[in-house]
Ligand binder design. Structure first.
Ligand SMILES: CC(C)(COP(=O)(O)OP(=O)(O)OC[C@H]1O[C@@H](n2cnc3c(N)ncnc32)[C@H](O)[C@@H]1OP(=O)(O)O)[C@@H](O)C(=O)NCCC(=O)NCCS
Length: 183
């Protein structure tokens, strides 16, 4: 049986995670923009993640998730934070955002995505924060994962980071995981 492990991300994982990310992008459209308008290290939150995890199979990185502080610096960010704070009945500073979830093509459907989300949610709750995320409608597997875990939509909008992308592209769904949800 292959050995599956979810462990804190190490700096040495970044090149392998970058390869996994781009290998699955043409079929998933995640990241939505290819090429990215920012360095891939910024997309992976190498420098600003509060915490990040790598999923490995037999020691090889195959998946990733991280948590960040509330987003700032683009149109819609404040609206997103306020919607989540209202839904959680807390201050914006108490929010934690889940980001950059992906699993490589060869290891999909094995429960790794769910384990990564469970890991980051447990960490967020242990630190007394409240889980939030944004997801594009073009990522149905992620939406199914979140919805089946109790995540609830609180806002739909077109954030500034989608500027320059065609108007036919839907905006993002902002979601929160209520305290009453099992995960
Ligand atoms: C979303 C993603 C991380 C799921 O990873 P995974 O390891 O294959 O997921 P799991 O095996 O843990 O499955 C968990 C749940 O996801 C949903 N899911 C997974 N693959 C799915 C698919 N192809 N279609 C619909 N739902 C799917 C199901 O609800 C599943 O629960 P179930 O097994 O009880 O039915 C993976 O598909 C991926 O990397 N997608 C591209 C990146 C992306 O969209 N990221 C989201 C950023 S917001």
């Amino acid at each position: 049986m292959p050995e599956v492990v979810i462990r804190p991300r190490e700096p040495a994982d970044v090149p392998a995670l970058t390869e996994v990310l781009w290998e699955q992008q043409p079929s998933s459209r995640y990241p939505f923009r290819n090429p990215l308008p920012i360095p891939v290290e910024r997309f992976l939150h190498v420098d600003d993640a509060v915490a990040a995890w790598t999923a490995t199979v037999d020691g090889l990185p195959v998946g990733h998730v991280c948590r960040t502080r509330p987003p700032r610096g683009f149109a819609g960010a404040e609206e997103m934070n306020q919607a989540c704070a209202t839904a959680h009945a807390c201050d914006v500073d108490e929010l934690a955002w889940i980001a950059t979830l992906f699993v490589g093509l060869g290891t999909r459907g094995l429960g790794l995505g769910r384990r990564l989300v469970d890991t980051v949610v447990a960490d967020i709750r242990a630190s007394g924060h409240r889980p939030c995320l944004e997801v594009l409608a073009v990522h149905p597997a992620a939406i199914a994962l979140y919805t089946s875990s109790g995540w609830q939509p609180v806002l739909q909008l077109r954030p500034g980071w989608l500027d320059g992308v065609g108007d036919d592209v839907p905006g993002v769904q902002v979601m929160v995981l209520p305290a009453s949800a099992p995960r």
